[in-house]
Structures are given as C-alpha cells and as structure tokens.
Design a protein around this ligand. Sequence first.
Ligand code: GLV
Ligand code: MG
Length: 309
Amino acid sequence: MTTVSSRDPEIEQRSSVARSFLFVPGDRPDRVGKALGSGADAIIIDLEDAVRPEVRPYARSVIRELGEQPGVPSQPLIFARVNPFGSTDFAEDVEAAIDGRVDGIVMPKFVPGQAATEMDAALSAIESSRAGSDRMPVIGLVESAAGLLGLSAPTGFPSRVKRLAFGAADFYADLRISYHPSGIHTDLAMAALVVASAAQGLPAPLDSPHFSIGDDVGLEAAVGRARDRGFGGGLCIHPNQIALVNAGFAASEDERAWAVKVLAAWDDPSSAGAIRVGDELIDEAMARRARQIIVQVESLRVLGEKDVT
Ligand code: GLV
Ligand code: MG
C-alpha cells in the first residue's frame, strides 16, 4: 500500500522488477509489521494456505485495516494472496484486498485460458460493485498441472495479469509425487514459466519459495539456478531469505560491466554490423541482451538505492 494510487505506473514498474516477495500470514499483524521493515521488495499477506479457514475473517480484517492507515512511499509493495477463484473465500478475500488498497493480488492455482478469463470477469464484477475501486493487478501463481499446460494457451492472459510465479509445493502435490527442488518436473515448469512470460510480454517470473529455512547454501544455489534460467525474483517464506534473494536476482557487477562495454562499442557511430569486443563477436542479439541488463540495473533503482550496485 502506498500513498499513490495502486494503479500508478510507478507501482507497476516496481512490481515488474521486484525481486523478493515475502509471505506473511494474514492472521499475524505483528509479523505484517515486521515484514514491512524486512528489506523485501514486496510482501504478500496470505489469506490462503498459511491461514486456517476459521481465522480467515480475522485475517481479512487485518488487510482491511491497512487501507485506513496513511501509506508511506518507501514501504515495500503490498500484495494479498486470496483464495483460489471458485473457492468459497474468493469474493470476500478480494473485497478485503480492495478495501485494504493493496498494490495487487496473488492468485493461487492460476490457470491461463478460459478459467483466467472467467476469473478476470469475476474480479471486474466485484470491483464494479465497490465504489472507488479500479482494476486490481494480479500475479498468477502457477502451481498445478492444469496451470502449467495452460501456459501455452495463446489467449487467456487477462491484461491485469502482470507477472507469473511458480508454486512448487502445490505443483508436486498436484502431480502426486514428492517435492524435488531440482527434479525434472521443476525443470519443465520453470522453463515453461519463462517461455510463457516472454511470449506474453510479461516481466521475468518469480521462483517458488525455498522451503528449507536456514539453508543459505541451498537457497543461494536455488536463486542462482533460477536466475540463470530467466527468473527475475523469488517468493520468500522467511525474512532471513530476503538478502540472498535480492542480491542473487540483481545483475552482477561482471554482467553490468560486460553490458556497458558492449553497448559502448555497439553504439559507436563508426560501428557497423557485427563487431568484435575483446574476444567476443557481438551482433544485434547480443547488443539487445546488453541493453536489457542495463535497463534492469536502472529499473532496480526505483526500488531504492540501498542494494543497487
Ligand atoms: C506456493 O504456494 C507453493 O505451493 O509452493
Ligand atoms: Mg501453493
């Protein structure tokens, strides 16, 4: 929640480059307060799996109260994870998210295609019934076999879907096999999310949480793998994971230096066609990649100068 409208272009840009998204149970306002000062780029107040059904009304009231507090622009972005479209809690969760003036909704069990089109219409109907509410952005959490297969649907990504995320725990349960952080099904899902995000013109997706709390070595490896595969950030389940996730998804100094060197040579008016930079042959595609790295470095500045190289 911020002082500016949640549909402000700056909020959209921050959402697209944010790296760390920290989950916090909606029925724990003490933890919400701590999460706001945790250094996460975004927090996700959970109404779904971390909150038992009987305490969801209370968790919704916690979210509603956010809308009554004056926002502070330096806060992390605030998202609410509602219960899935089609569940009994869905409408009330969405209403609470609107009243809480959160910056967006995380939609669990997201399935692109016809189901997403129907979800979009349901959200619009709730929004039009509430004065002053505009179009809520959505992060689609892909965590089922149907969700994965739906990624190849050419339509069915409503324009309010601004980013995709991977939920490995639900995905493996849906496949009826035990969770493997680096198994073949993880590889398949991760590749599909990156390809679908690029095809739909969405920012780089968010990786699944790393479920071993305190396992910094494993987390660092998982972040490096996700980044190399084209992910732009990760879901966090503990504040101790934030620093590694923020650092791991930022462009490295080597990458930035490479991009600066390549673009200096490429943009030189005397250059033509493919050029040689050091030992590397640089063509248009390489120069395009270099520009993407510089754009990412510059974009991260909107999240705050604190951890940008
Ligand atoms: C996250 O929601 C997951 O299922 O991993
Ligand atoms: Mg899940």
